[in-house]
Design a protein around this ligand. Structure first.
Ligand SMILES: NC(=O)C1=CN([C@@H]2O[C@H](COP(=O)(O)OP(=O)(O)OC[C@H]3O[C@@H](n4cnc5c(N)ncnc54)[C@H](OP(=O)(O)O)[C@@H]3O)[C@@H](O)[C@H]2O)C=CC1
Ligand SMILES: O=C1O[C@H](COP(=O)(O)O)[C@@H](O)[C@H](O)[C@H]1O
Length: 500
């Protein structure tokens, strides 16, 4: 579908300084997102993007690299030569070593005569080990004004202690209100739509609790492997890379109470309460309620793929998990006794993220002989691809000859209903930093509460080897047993990339 250019009102002018400006994240996600916002008219005249990294490059070379990256990662129908040329003009490049004094005075020079306008933002798209040193040197260079903002990429640490250490280091330079910890799942249109679904409709909220909901499933499935990030991934694994942040944020949005408003800290306060209500797992629960897996060679979307162990950068004998399935409980009045089943993994059969809310069966049937046909209602929020909300309802099958029941979906397809292109998550989040709106970013206490819970699993896994699964399947058989033991099944009937 071709997407016409819609023009938005510009935001205040900004200076976005992107540390890690030559890295994969900057070139694949951040620059394309900024170009697309520029194309949409949100980037005010005078705004600059100052890329920073160790490599010694002249500006012309960096601009060529950046332009090529935008051309590669933006859809052809959203590329416009004139707009791209204007965008490239906004780019500057400074070679700086985060761990030495090299280049800092060059960076400081770029800010001579610039006060708090334009909005001053430092985006740290580097290894988290550099967050502390970069912040210290920004301060020493006199670049940290009271209105400056800093954006931290995930991962914020690899456990509670390291997350606290990073938060302390950054917090020694920037106030919490200046710190934007990014979780790109919160920038996805359909994830934000969970707020609209729950709190802009009166239909669901009265049913949104243990009295009416049997269980919740959250699946975030990927077909890709480690994509050249083997070194990072092997030190991380699926629990740290996906569950501790993205999946728990989804749990929060499904599980939280209604925030007082969308303003200030209200949403983050409610998410924090969910994270603090997660039932910690002791060694027994970890054994019974979690499954970790690692893929073996197989075939994904028709092509043969190697085992995780044979991917570049993976050390021999690695026991890092590429798949997690688990059952968690939110220990509060709303959710007591309602299991949340989560699963995520690489090299699964489809790229697909969805949330399934399984309602309880009706208490009594008036349809004699239809017991086998009666199925409880199910709400399916498809986050990606083919973004949609579907409500499975029981209906009468049309035709004479008695009352036959059948489940049928009420389907709200976002593409069909709205037609517009969905901005990439980074587009929304990068502009929220310019707006000074931290609602969709993680606060320090949230990150630390998520780690405190995730650590209980990591602790239990110390003596557990990952279970093998063949690439292109839905994970180890134990993941199926995890839910089937409870008399439930993973929702898989629509799991393809084709619209339904
Ligand atoms: N790539 C992705 O899709 C995602 C990445 N992340 C996280 O973002 C961070 C960056 O990831 P990614 O872009 O993939 O990593 P890359 O390895 O591709 O890039 C790292 C960047 O950091 C720069 N850098 C390294 N050391 C220094 C230093 N001492 N001083 C200044 N700059 C330095 C590099 O510059 P140079 O090359 O010039 O040395 C390069 O620009 C990581 O923490 C990653 O986990 C998070 C979500 C997704
Ligand atoms: O943060 C990460 O997310 C991606 C998946 O993001 P999506 O938007 O494509 O669903 C994942 O591949 C990567 O390992 C992880 O670091």
């Amino acid at each position: 579908m071709s997407h016409p250019r819609t023009v938005a009102a510009p935001l205040p002018a900004f200076d976005y300084t992107v540390f890690g400006g030559t890295g994969d994240l900057a070139l694949r996600k951040l620059l394309p997102a900024l170009y697309l916002r520029d194309r949409a008219g949100q980037v005010a005249a005078g705004s600059r993007i100052i890329a920073v990294s160790r490599s010694v490059l002249d500006l012309a070379d960096y601009r060529k690299k950046a332009e090529a990256a935008v051309r590669r990662h933006v859809a052809a129908d959203e590329l416009d030569d004139a707009l791209l040329a204007r965008f490239v003009e906004r780019l500057d490049y400074v070679s700086v070593n985060a761990t030495s004094s090299e280049g800092w005075s060059d960076l400081a020079e770029r800010f001579v005569g610039r006060g708090d306008e334009p909005v001053r933002i430092f985006y740290l798209a580097t290894s988290p080990s550099l967050f502390g040193p970069i912040c210290d040197r920004l301060k020493a260079a006199g670049l940290v004004t009271p209105a400056a903002r800093v954006v931290l990429e995930k991962p914020i640490g690899r456990d509670l202690a390291s997350a606290r250490a990073i938060n302390e280091q950054v917090g020694a330079v920037f106030a919490e209100s200046q710190i934007y910890r990014i979780d790109h799942y919160l920038g996805k249109e359909t994830v934000q739509n969970l707020l609209a679904l729950r709190f802009a409709n009166s239909l669901f909220e009265p049913l949104w609790n243990a009295n009416h909901i049997d269980h919740v499933q959250i699946t975030v499935a990927e077909t890709v492997g480690v994509e050249g990030r083997g070194d990072y991934y092997d030190h991380s694994g699926a629990l740290r890379d996906m569950v501790q942040n993205h999946l728990l944020q989804l749990v929060c949005l499904v599980g939280m109470e209604s925030p007082v408003s969308l303003l200030q800290e209200a949403v983050r306060d409610e998410k924090l309460k969910v994270l603090r209500s997660l039932k910690p797992m002791g060694p027994e629960e970890v054994g019974a309620c979690t499954v970790r897996g690692q893929y073996r060679a197989g075939a994904v979307t028709g092509g043969a793929v190697p085992a995780y162990a044979d991917e570049p950068g993976i050390p021999t004998g690695s026991t890092t998990e590429t798949f997690v399935a688990l059952k968690l409980e939110i220990a509060n009045w709303r959710w007591a006794g309602v299991p949340f089943y989560l699963r995520t993994g690489k090299r699964l059969p489809a790229k697909m993220s969805e949330i399934v809310i399984q309602f309880r069966p009706i208490p009594h049937s008036i349809f004699p002989g239809s017991a086998g046909e009666l199925q409880a209602n199910r709400l399916i929020v498809r986050l990606q691809p083919d973004e949609s909300i579907r409500l499975h309802l029981m209906t009468k099958e049309p035709g004479p000859g008695g009352m036959r029941l059948r489940q049928a979906p009420l389907n709200l397809s976002f593409a069909e209903t709205f037609g517009a292109r969905f901005p990439d998550a980074y587009e929304r989040l990068l502009m929220d930093v310019v707006r000074g709106n931290p609602t969709l970013f993680m606060r320090r206490d949230e990150v630390e509460a998520a780690w405190a819970w995730a650590e209980t699993i990591l602790e239990g896994w110390k003596t557990q080897q990952p279970k093998p699964y063949i690439a292109g399947t839905w994970g180890p058989s134990q993941a199926i047993a995890l839910i089937e033991r409870d008399g439930r099944t993973w929702h898989e009937d629509d799991l393809s990339n084709t619209p339904f």
